[in-house]
Design a protein around this ligand. Sequence first.
Ligand code: PLP
Length: 379
Amino acid sequence: MIETKSKEDELLFPWIEAQITNFLQEKNLEKKDLLNLGIGDTCHVMPECITHALHESVVKMSKVPTGYGSEQGRVALREKITETVYAEQDFSKDEIFITEGIANSLSLLVGLFKEGSVIGVLSPTYPVYQTLLKVMGMKIVEIPAKNDLSFDPPAEKLDGVILCSPNNPTGIAFSKEQLQKWVNWANDRESLILFDGAYESFIFDRKTPRSIYEIEGAKNACIEMRSFSKSIGFSGLRLGYFTVAKELYYRGENINKKCFTMITAKTNGVSYLIQEAGLAALSKEGLKEINRLSANYMDKTRRLKEHLLLQNQQVEGGIHAPYLFWKIKGCSKEKFMEMLYKHDTITIPGIGFGKDGYLRLSGFLTEEGLNRACKTLVF
Ligand code: PLP
């Protein structure tokens, strides 16, 4: 999915689509004729172990009635998550909540805050947070990036904060030390961190945490959200989960219990078929595929970055997620138009994520796409 609304201009993404449509009509071209470095979606077909699991589950449904499942998610899948993802963190199945992805998790979890709560959001980051927080009547405080695109906790007390690591659009993850500061900050101020780990599978260096729960004190102040969208291409299937420790209290309330009530009231669980596919994604073969696909996109991102650096461009990020943050002179919307008209290339203006003077380039590319990018982006 291309991210929806921008903070500067609610209509930025429809605006991008309109510019592309005009351009294609003017030049008598089709979208496939363009180099698309804008899309933040996977571009490889689903691994065989997933399609096989889906087929098998359909056949099973023709033999055994399945009916409703648990609202919190199938026990087998929740147990699998505790054994694989959280092998080192000691969570039980009752602390895992299965959803249709982070979009779904977030809209449930923002419901933990009272209307009018003050929520911190990084800038730049995934713009959907601000859109959702506004829709749900929250007040937003922006936390600006430092020069190196990292973030320190603010001095003030906030009711909550949404952290994204690795961050979209920069492709940079928080270090262990940085996360420790945030967890301490939240514990000291009775704040709640919603931690978006959509891109955790792209972290390959061992010193950078993939999970907030690698940080001391996190179980008392954080909820982690994960997704199968980017790691193994479930963006169309829709599956994710969030994790809430039983010991997490926020403003006097036990949050694990509250999440159980909320998910029971608001959903009847996720499709049986998709949860079976999720189990396959966490099988030995599925985990290998996650590593293979994630490494493949990171390789494309690294090669695209190297190419641009050789062209004397100032490119940042792309270290822990397949996004490059390309520093440009002037307005990012103007540069977007220049890239479209001079290079037949789609990018995303940085202002869409809350930071002008940059374009986001996506490394979710096929080999063919990367070759084309290297031929096209010559300055
Ligand atoms: N979080 C971030 C940071 C994203 O960039 C995206 C999609 O681009 C999502 C969440 C959406 O995740 P899901 O497909 O699990 O809803």
